[in-house]
Design a protein around this ligand. Structure first.
Ligand code: 5GP
Length: 194
């Protein structure tokens, strides 16, 4: 059995990575495994521990850094987020295509750390900066200060797009999800031939 792919979906905060991921995960023919991140951010309404994130305190997060348990981790607008390493390797070795949904600094760390041709970096672009702002505001979970910080961050994150093998425009959710599914399918076929 060949090793699974490592798909990285990145892009600015508010671009709609989470919504797209949920659509993409429904396609069972892609054999995807979603890597649940650990974060120090408190859960939003409707978010569940162990499903959306592993919600932990600072001390627990730090312990995981010290023990080398993360494939990557980054600070994002006051909180820390990281990808637990063990599960990623285990699932890839079992032939599953591991799906990471992470911000750009973490994605760069993964690209620097993992050098095999099973890595598939995808950057999701917003149709416009206005659309990005609208999405961030629609979430209604953050204060004006945090919204402004996330917006500023989002704009600066856009310059990373050219470092990714694939850029996908999130103009319409179903269209963009379909494009990503096709990219994954193409990469699966290519990977099998090697
Ligand atoms: P949010 O607080 O909106 O859930 O996430 C903030 C940002 O952190 C988003 O861009 C999200 O994709 C990213 N993120 C989520 N999990 C991880 C992770 O494990 N590592 C990194 N580097 N970023 C993550």
């Amino acid at each position: 059995m060949s090793k699974g792919l490592l798909i990285i979906l990145s892009g600015p905060s508010g671009v709609g990575k989470g919504t797209l991921r949920k659509h993409i995960m429904r396609d069972h023919s892609l054999h995807l495994f979603y890597s649940i991140s650990m974060t120090t951010r408190p859960p939003r309404a409707k978010e569940k521990d162990g499903k959306d994130y592993y919600f932990v305190d600072d001390e627990t997060f730090q312990k995981n850094i010290d023990e080398g348990n993360f494939l990557e981790w980054a600070e994002f607008v006051g909180y820390r987020y990281g990808t637990p390493k063990d599960k990623v390797e285990q699932m890839r070795n079992e032939g599953k295509n591991v799906f990471l949904e992470i911000e750009v600094n973490g994605a760069s760390q993964v690209l620097n750390a993992v050098h095999d041709d099973g890595v598939v970096p995808i950057f999701l672009l917003p149709p416009s900066l206005e659309a990005l702002e609208k999405r961030i505001r629609r979430r209604k979970s953050e204060s004006e200060e945090v919204i402004m910080e996330r917006l500023k961050k989002g704009q600066s994150e856009l310059k990373y797009a050219s470092q990714y093998k694939y850029n996908v425009l999130n103009d319409r959710v179903l269209r963009a999800a379909n494009e990503i599914c096709q990219i994954i399918r193409k990469e699966m076929t290519k990977h099998l031939k090697q």
